[in-house]
Design a protein around this ligand. Structure first.
Ligand SMILES: Nc1ncnc2c1ncn2[C@@H]1O[C@H](COP(=O)(O)OP(=O)(O)OP(=O)(O)O)[C@@H](O)[C@H]1O
Length: 318
């Protein structure tokens, strides 16, 4: 369990983390999201005592990281690329780390198997691919069999196999009752991996919620309608104030009204429907709307698209 209370971190005039409070609970993967420069890495560094908060506090299992007698047994981390002695084998790297923490050889063999590095464990880590390096970093994080795991962008640059492997591993670790806190910029991946989310923007908390609840807040979800009389139905819906886009022949995407209302309009005019459903919003859409004002680097296209979405939301909400 990670508990951050009123965390603040300033670097000179720059406030990287601003009065941030959140709790990361065991038993599920919690995604840590936010635009570039939002303060995610700084927060993670404060959790594990690599940075001191300017004010506020963060504890892991009720204690500050540095107060734990065997920190590796409490918290495993993969922060920026691990410093690995390039001439050393993966096995020797892990063994040196284990010995420095009073962890036995048996556990080294276990984590090597767990991350699938068995075949290359005796090879120089300097020759490892990005994916193998990530696996080694994760093996280091798991060495102390920690109840809390903190990973900063673990899927960065991995191929689809590696991404799937990390997703399965993280969900498995969470299912064992561990606290898993993981940052990422890949929303589609987070939607598949995480159950809960902490979202920050410009150092402040924007949301502390579940993926499901966050997606349910999306208000501009289009309704998809398939009908052999799509043209007639589309004209009718436009006359009631809805916005209608032809997706393909016989299929419409409708905003500004509800599936219920479309069904009623169709029934009143005896129009046959073959399909009627409200599209599920993607995590990415909701995230983009939520973080619109917090992005450090925003292209005009981004702003336009986000503005359009926000405007649609307001129209529907009105
Ligand atoms: N050591 C430092 N000195 C000065 N400013 C810093 C330092 N570390 C971070 N910052 C600034 O604090 C802000 C938060 O940075 P941080 O790396 O925590 O963000 P992030 O959310 O992890 O970003 P990204 O997604 O790009 O990795 C940024 O504006 C960054 O430039």
């Amino acid at each position: 369990m990670i508990e951050a209370r009123n965390l603040v971190k300033r670097y000179g005039a720059k406030t990287a983390v601003n009065d941030l409070s959140f709790t990361v609970t065991p038993g599920h993967v919690t995604g840590f999201l936010g635009p570039n420069g939002a303060g995610k890495s700084t927060t993670m560094r404060m959790v594990v005592g690599l940075d001191r908060p300017t004010s506020g506090a963060v504890t892991v299992n009720g204690k500050r990281y540095t107060e734990h007698r065997t920190p590796l047994a409490e918290v495993g981390t993969l922060l920026e690329a691990k410093a690995v002695h390039k001439g050393r084998s993966a096995h020797d790297h892990l063994l040196a780390l284990a010995q420095s923490q009073g962890i036995g050889r048996k556990r080294v063999a276990e984590v090597i198997d767990l991350v699938g590095l068995h075949d290359v464990a005796r090879k120089r880590a300097g020759g490892f691919s990005l994916g193998m390096g990530q696996r080694l970093g994760i093996a280091s994080a798991l060495l102390g069999d920690p109840s809390t795991i903190i990973l900063d962008e673990p899927v960065n640059g991995l191929d689809p196999d590696g991404v799937l492997w990390i997703r399965t591993l993280l969900r498995g670790l969470a299912a064992e009752g561990r606290t898993v806190f993981v940052s990422s910029h890949l929303m589609s991946e987070m939607a598949l991996t995480a159950e809960k989310l902490v979202i920050v923007g410009r150092g402040r908390l924007l949301a502390d919620t579940t993926v499901e609840d966050l997606i349910a807040t999306a208000t501009d979800r289009p309704v998809v309608v398939r009908s052999p009389q799509a043209g007639e139905l589309g004209r009718l819906l436009v006359s009631t104030g809805a916005s209608v886009t032809d997706v393909e022949v016989g299929e419409l995407s409708v905003t500004g009204t509800t599936a219920e209302r479309i069904g009623e309009v169709a029934a009143e005019r005896g129009i046959v429907l073959h399909e009627l459903h409200t599209e599920r919003a993607s995590l990415e859409q909701v995230y983009m709307a939520l973080t619109r004002d917090s992005r450090e680097y925003t292209t005009d296209d981004d702003t336009d698209a986000a503005d359009q979405r926000a405007q649609q939301e307001q129209e529907v909400a009105a």
